[in-house]
Design a binder for this molecule. Structure first.
Ligand code: NAD
Length: 283
């Protein structure tokens, strides 16, 4: 992989949750190229195996670890497996997350007549299970892996955690109240944890990606005709740089936050990588 710069992760153990996803795959390749041993932790075993095969072909030491970021027992077993294979975790990237269609309203702004239209999913139709699923996946799905792996980091100089937040944490995006609230919680938790872990030497930061076309949002951004949806065109219009990001464009921020040498005094930040989206008021 062509990385923007190299940091020294030789002998370090990195765990990436959601490591088989679009962004996770790119994170794994970059951190592996810096010498780390990579545990690709994901619910999807086949996809994780594919990522590991790619890493191994590039000479990176890697294992696939099947685990659910919402289940403590599953994570405890994963932590044992990683420790047995590679030794204690030095860097945890909490990448698992995403939205759910049932946590999404059909329209941006409610009109009274919408209440009589059964084809629409309005705010009043959002069901607790779907909203809870999205909250849990993003927030608990960050908290529980941190419980499982951060214990191993205590007393290991240079250890850190990188969470994955989102644009919707700064200001909510229309239609996705559950995902917006959940990522706001991830940003908030990043700050909380940075303070809480400061005494045991674990730095905690987050990346807030702007808009990158991946599996979890493809349906909302690209229509069946292959053209950008109305929402996608709006996003691009509100991104001063006028385009979506490429997964590889998150790598510089990730390596910066992962490197004790580069960011040893950076703690509790949520770093936007968004082509200027979060800076633009729309006018
Ligand atoms: P993705 O859907 O490609 O990857 C998510 C991965 O997480 C998948 O491999 C999936 O199998 C795994 N996963 C889902 N539930 C899991 C669970 N319970 N336990 C373990 N693994 C589980 O999505 P992505 O775009 O690569 O997203 C990565 C992260 O980036 C997510 O937290 C997402 O919310 C965030 N994010 C993405 C964008 C974007 O534009 N793509 C923007 C902002 C934030």
């Amino acid at each position: 992989m062509d990385i923007p710069f190299k940091i020294d992760l030789a002998g370090k153990t990195v765990v990436i949750t959601g490591g088989a996803g679009v962004l996770g795959t790119s994170f794994a390749a970059a951190l592996g190229a810096c010498g780390a041993r990579i545990a690709v932790l994901d619910l999807d075993r086949q996809a994780a195996d594919r990522v590991v095969a790619g890493l191994s072909a590039d000479g990176v030491e890697a294992i696939a670890v099947t685990a659910n970021v919402l289940e403590r027992e599953s994570l405890a077993a994963a932590a044992d497996r990683v420790a047995a294979a590679f030794g204690p975790c030095d860097l945890l990237v909490n990448g698992a997350g995403g939205n759910h269609p049932k946590g999404t309203t059909t329209k941006e702004v409610l009109e009274a007549a919408d209440l009589d239209d059964p084809a629409l999913l309005t705010f009043f139709d959002l069901d607790p299970a779907s909203v809870g699923f999205v909250f849990n996946l993003n927030f608990l799905g960050t908290l529980l892996p941190t419980q499982a792996f951060a214990r191993q980091m205590i007393g290991r100089p240079g250890s850190s955690i990188v969470n994955v937040s989102s644009m919707n944490a700064f200001r909510p995006l229309t239609k996705i109240p559950a995902y917006s609230g959940a990522k706001a919680a991830v940003s908030n938790f990043t700050q909380w944890l940075a303070v809480h872990f400061a005494g045991v030497g674990i730095r905690v930061n987050a990346i807030a990606p702007g808009f990158f076309v991946t599996n979890q949002n493809r349906g909302m951004l690209i229509g069946a005709d292959g053209e950008l949806t109305e929402r996608a065109r709006k996003i691009v219009a509100h991104t001063p740089m006028g385009r979506f990001g490429e997964a590889d464009e998150l790598i510089g921020a990730l390596l910066f936050l992962a490197s004790e040498k580069a960011s040893g005094f950076v703690n509790g930040v949520v770093l936007p990588v968004d082509g200027g989206f979060s800076a633009y008021s729309g006018v």
